[in-house]
Design a protein around this ligand. Sequence first.
Ligand SMILES: C[S@@+](CC[C@H](N)C(=O)[O-])C[C@H]1O[C@@H](n2cnc3c(N)ncnc32)[C@H](O)[C@@H]1O
Length: 202
Amino acid sequence: MTDLPSCDFTTGAVRHRLQFGGGRGQDLPKAVGMKNGLCPTIIDATAGQGKDAFLLASLGSHVTMIERSDKMHQMLADALIKAQNTGGIYAEITSRMRLLHGNSIDLLPTLSADVIVVDPMHPARKKSALVNGDMQKIQALVGTDPDQRDLIETALKTALETAAKRVVVKWPTKAERLDGLPAPSHQIIGKAISFDVFMVGL
Ligand SMILES: C[S@@+](CC[C@H](N)C(=O)[O-])C[C@H]1O[C@@H](n2cnc3c(N)ncnc32)[C@H](O)[C@@H]1O
């Protein structure tokens, strides 16, 4: 049986990345436009374990996280409380994170930020499972996201209507892109994970 995903900003991989990660030189901060000391406001439309949101908040951005799974949302809420109670840098970083419960397809049009990040559950790969480790645990809890195209289209539409500057879609490098979406303005391609960046209103 697959374990439940863990959600804790004060221990393990999240803590390690905070101490030893590459800061703004990492692909996600680059994708959201954090170079030159900028701290854009961000909506993370697919919060999951909150790792990406925590990274961005640790670099100074205010991040609104949206999660629709009841269980994942509860774990995230508990993790935020634990970080606040731990104090120090964890309380400081999580004070820049707010958590909403619901479907981003409904909530995004009611919000605004400089950047919208979308990281849906990754599609299954044909020969071997594309998802592994943490992703496998999240998938066991929340299933797949068959409405991911709707979500990305909603993010792009919301960005246009609210003057957001960009939409960033995180996707496995080896997976096929979804049909019918516009081409990204640019991509940051990593070994396993890539970021499609859609610059809006340029
Ligand atoms: C791949 S995980 C995200 C992992 C996350 N980036 C992290 O750093 O931990 C996808 C998460 O997004 C959530 N999700 C997917 N579609 C959503 C939607 N339309 N609205 C809200 N949450 C959604 C899923 O329930 C799942 O928890």
